[in-house]
Design a binder for this molecule. Structure first.
Ligand code: SF4
Ligand code: SF4
Length: 134
């Protein structure tokens, strides 16, 4: 399928979609360092750990603690799933899911054509990062 994508400045639509933000151990360390905290401090404050997964705790009033006004406040250290979006395996491998995401992501369908190999390479980052989900 033809894939075009260009993230739109000032957009945070994907951060507002209901769902959890999962982290790898490396994501946790990067975000903690960016926030000026130790990994333990960051985890205590912002992370919920299950047996197989880490995810950001959700504040009551929004989907993600780090969602500011039109910006991710930890952008340079955001978790893998945020960085790789919209090249998630379930979307790259299924035209219908890609189109569905295009309903809320204004960057889908914009910009230059993305080589399918590039898209698959990005999506494989998700599989490596969250093996229990794929
Ligand atoms: S919804 Fe799409 S265009 Fe908007 S920030 Fe997310 S990836 Fe970028
Ligand atoms: S960590 Fe940043 S990019 Fe990811 S959902 Fe939260 S605000 Fe959005």
């Amino acid at each position: 399928m033809d894939i075009r994508f260009q993230c739109q400045p000032g957009c945070t639509a994907c951060c507002e979609v209901k769902g959890y933000v999962y982290l790898t151990e490396q994501d946790l360390e990067r975000a903690a360092a960016f926030a000026g905290l130790t990994a333990q401090e960051f985890e205590r404050k912002y992370v919920y750990r299950t047996r197989h997964l880490l995810r950001l705790r959700k504040p009551r009033d929004r989907n993600c603690e780090f969602l500011g006004a039109g910006v991710c406040t930890i952008h340079p250290a955001k978790p893998t799933q945020c960085r790789v979006f919209p090249f998630w395996p379930e979307m790259v491998e299924d035209r219908r899911e890609w189109k569905r995401a295009g309903k809320f992501c204004p960057g889908i369908g914009q910009g230059p054509l993305v080589q399918i190999g590039t898209a698959l390479e990005k999506s494989s980052e998700m599989k490596k990062a969250y093996p229990s989900m794929y």
